[in-house]
Design a protein around this ligand. Sequence first.
Ligand code: NDP
Length: 252
Amino acid sequence: MSQYTLDLTGKVALVTGGSRGIGKAIALALAEKGAKVALTYSRSADAAEEVKTAIESLGTQAMIIQADAASFEGANETVSAIIAEWGGLDILVNNAGITKDGLILRMTEEHWDQVMETNLKSIFNYCKAVARPMMKGGGGSVINMGSIVGITGNAGQSNYAASKAGLIGFTKSYAKELASRNVRANVIAPGYILTDMTDALDEKVLEGITNATPLGRAGNVEEVAAACVFLASDLSSYITGEVIRVDGGMAI
Ligand code: NDP
C-alpha cells in the first residue's frame, strides 16, 4: 500500500475566514480527514460557533478565533494561541478574502486598500507567522486562496485581480524559500463558486460566467475543499509552488 494518504489524523490546521462559504467547507473537509481545526472570522460569530460544533461532531477538536486577516498582530496572536493549545501547526489555509468591485474610473483608494490588505497582506501576515513553527515542526503545507481572476484579469475587479495575482508571486517565492525545510506552499484558483460572495452578482453576469465555463455550471464549495484537502495531505508531498485551478475549465 502507498505511504501517501489523505489521512490528516493528528495534524493541526488553521483556516482563515472559516465561518462561511469556501472556508467553512475547507474547515469541515479537513476535520473529516481527522485534523484539529482552528478557524478565524471577522464578524460572523454565530456562524463560526456553528462550524465549531459541526467539526466537533465529526469527532475532532475545533477552535474559533476572531481575527481580522489584515492585522499582522492578529495573525501572530492567532498562531501563538493555536500552538499554545495544540503544540504545533501543520496546515495553513489562507482563505479570507473580500471584493470591492468597481471600474477603475470609479474605484476609490479606500476600496483598493481594503482589498489589498484583506486579500494580500493577510497572506504575508499568516505565512510569516507560521514559517518558524512549521520549520521547527519538520514541515507543513500552506494553501493560499487565489482566484482565476488573478490569472486572467477581470473588468471591474482590478484591485481584486491584483491581490490574487500578487499572492501567486508571493507563494512561489515562499515555496522556494521554505522547500528545504519541507514546508510546501500552493495556490488554489477557483472560478465561479456558489457562495455569499457570488450571491451578490447580478443574474446577467452569472449567466455570462456559466456560459464561459466549459463544464457548464458553477462549482460548489466542496469541490474547492477537495483540492485543498489534497494539497494539505501527503498525497501532494512532491507538489510545491503550484497553482491549481478549480474553475470548471474557465481559464483553458
Ligand atoms: P464569503 O464572502 O462567502 O466568505 C468569506 C469568509 O472570509 C467569511 O468567513 C468571512 O468572515 C471571512 N473574512 C472576510 N474578511 C475577513 C477578514 N478581514 N478577516 C478574517 N476573515 C474575513 O467568500 P467565499 O467563500 O466566496 O470566498 C473565500 C475565498 O475564496 C476568498 O479569498 C475569495 O476571494 C476566494 N474565491 C471565491 C470565489 C467564489 O466564486 N466564491 C472565486 C475565487 C476565489 P465573516 O463571516 O466573519 O465575515
